[in-house]
Design a protein around this ligand. Structure first.
Ligand SMILES: Cc1cc2nc3c(=O)[nH]c(=O)nc-3n(C[C@H](O)[C@H](O)[C@H](O)COP(=O)(O)OP(=O)(O)OC[C@H]3O[C@@H](n4cnc5c(N)ncnc54)[C@H](O)[C@@H]3O)c2cc1C
Length: 419
């Protein structure tokens, strides 16, 4: 069949790959002049089923409320800049109880573990090096009470068989010697033994090369303005200038823009932007003082990852609409972490900076499957875990397109199977 994938981030490119593998004639359309330049270019690089916890949790409303008056919270909302998010916000708040947070975390965990397996299989089959590291990730704590709460929370995912270890500061130094000089600043860490990290831009571009070799066509610099549908099927994706790309099936993988494109054919999907900040620095002195494991500082909620000879640091989640502006103040948390934990790791005067929007659903899991058009498949709303989950959701999408049984249950991921 003639398949049209809209969006050339990590989710769109992996969608194109699995569809091409199934023998479809695939065309991918990307608005920007290159692939993977938005959320997929700003992420922390963690492939982290061990960090599958739903953001909508019992503590989230308090944190968001605090953000209205205090500036230093990692989770922030600005109702003036994000007025269109009222209904999304209500749905998010509805998910903020213990039962729903548990259920949503378990859906995400199931998907993330499956996806990591698919990612490993794909990159080994296609022989792709994406600066991947597979020695685990460290979730580092500086505060004893938070550490104890984190260890308690961890049980939810270790009960599902995911390997995680509780480390004291000596254990943290053993796992990654970069922490030796700053050992007294931390109280411990949770070590996600099977978590990994890598560079999703490199993966997307190398995989796109493999796709081209399989005959996938890439149209970059082409913005789809709307979808055109009739008789319960989408017929074409159309640009503002009226250029139409017709197809037998369509995969909507346009990140935060998926919402507007779905709306053009009368479908409402609850995907909203959660802005994050990302900084990348050249590693110094061959990386002797740079972290080898990716991880997250659970105090500042800043994540890090080594990507070849660069160090990526990311932080913050702001509900401020679609804008992606930033200034120095937005990187305070990131720079605090850099100077406190990895002072000699990188040349912090030579950073490149960006802000980008995570495509978030209120409950957490991405949106797959169809709605009212039998040939429009959603693969969007991966939130803070799109790199981790991309291969999994794209393989599931190919299975749904083919009408094959999926390898894992998709309950909680389909638009209409969410309670
Ligand atoms: C600061 C930050 C840190 C993160 N850290 C991690 C992490 O450590 N691990 C992890 O797993 N995930 C992480 N994520 C999340 C992850 O990056 C995203 O979930 C993922 O990149 C989403 O991929 P995507 O392809 O859906 O979206 P995008 O990468 O945004 O791609 C969507 C593409 O669609 C294109 N598009 C949009 N509209 C149109 C249109 N009308 N026509 C044609 N093309 C269009 C866009 O140009 C874009 O290239 C992080 C995200 C952020 C912002």
């Amino acid at each position: 069949m003639k398949a049209v994938v809209i969006g050339g981030g990590i989710v769109g490119v992996t969608s194109a790959y699995y569809l091409a593998k199934d023998g479809h004639e695939v065309t991918l359309i990307e608005r920007e002049p290159a692939l993977a330049t938005l959320a997929s270019a700003g992420n922390a690089g963690l492939i982290a089923p061990g960090h599958s916890f739903a953001w909508a949790s019992p503590s989230a409303p308090k944190e968001l409320w605090r953000s209205l008056t205090v500036e230093d919270t990692a989770l922030r909302v600005n109702p003036i800049k994000a007025p269109g998010m009222f209904f999304w916000g209500l749905r998010f708040l509805r998910e903020c109880n213990a039962d729903r947070a548990t259920r949503n975390t378990l859906v995400k965990l199931r998907l993330a573990r499956y996806s990591q397996g698919q990612l490993d299989a794909l990159t080994s089959a296609e022989n792709i090096d994406y600066h991947d590291a597979h020695q685990g990730c460290l979730y580092v704590y500086r505060d004893r009470a938070k550490f104890e709460a984190g260890v308690k929370k961890m049980k939810l995912i270790t009960d599902q068989g995911l390997q995680q270890q509780v480390l004291d500061p000596d254990g943290v130094v053993e796992a990654d010697p970069v922490f030796r000089p700053v050992k007294d600043k931390i109280v411990g860490a949770i070590y996600g033994v099977t978590d990994a990290s890598g560079d999703s831009v490199k993966l997307a571009n190398d995989l796109a090369d493999r796709c081209r070799a399989m005959g996938v066509k890439f149209h970059v610099g082409m913005a789809i303005d709307r979808l055109v549908a009739s008789d319960g099927r989408v017929r074409a994706a159309q640009t503002r200038k009226g250029i139409s790309v017709e197809g037998d099936l369509f995969v909507l993988a346009a990140g935060v823009q998926s919402t507007a494109l779905a709306r053009s054919v009368g479908v409402r999907i609850p995907v909203a932007p959660a802005k994050g900040y990302s900084a990348t620095f050249p590693i110094k002195n061959g990386g002797e003082a740079a972290p080898t494991l990716g991880g997250v500082d659970e105090q500042l909620l800043v994540a890090w990852c080594r990507m070849g000879d660069r160090l990526r640091l990311t932080g913050s989640a702001e509900f401020t609409g679609y804008e992606t502006t930033y200034d120095d103040r937005d990187f305070r948390g990131i720079m605090k972490l850099a100077h406190e934990l990895f002072p000699e790791a990188a040349d912090y005067s030579a950073g490149s900076y960006r802000a980008c929007n995570r495509p978030m659903t209120p409950d957490g899991p991405p949106i797959l499957g169809t709605a009212k058009h039998s040939n429009l498949f959603f693969n969007t709303g991966h939130g803070h875990m799109g790199f981790t989950m991309a291969c999994g959701t794209s393989k599931l999408t190919a299975d749904l397109v083919a009408g094959r049984p999926t390898d894992i249950p998709v309950e909680g991921m389909l638009l209409n199977s969410r309670p």
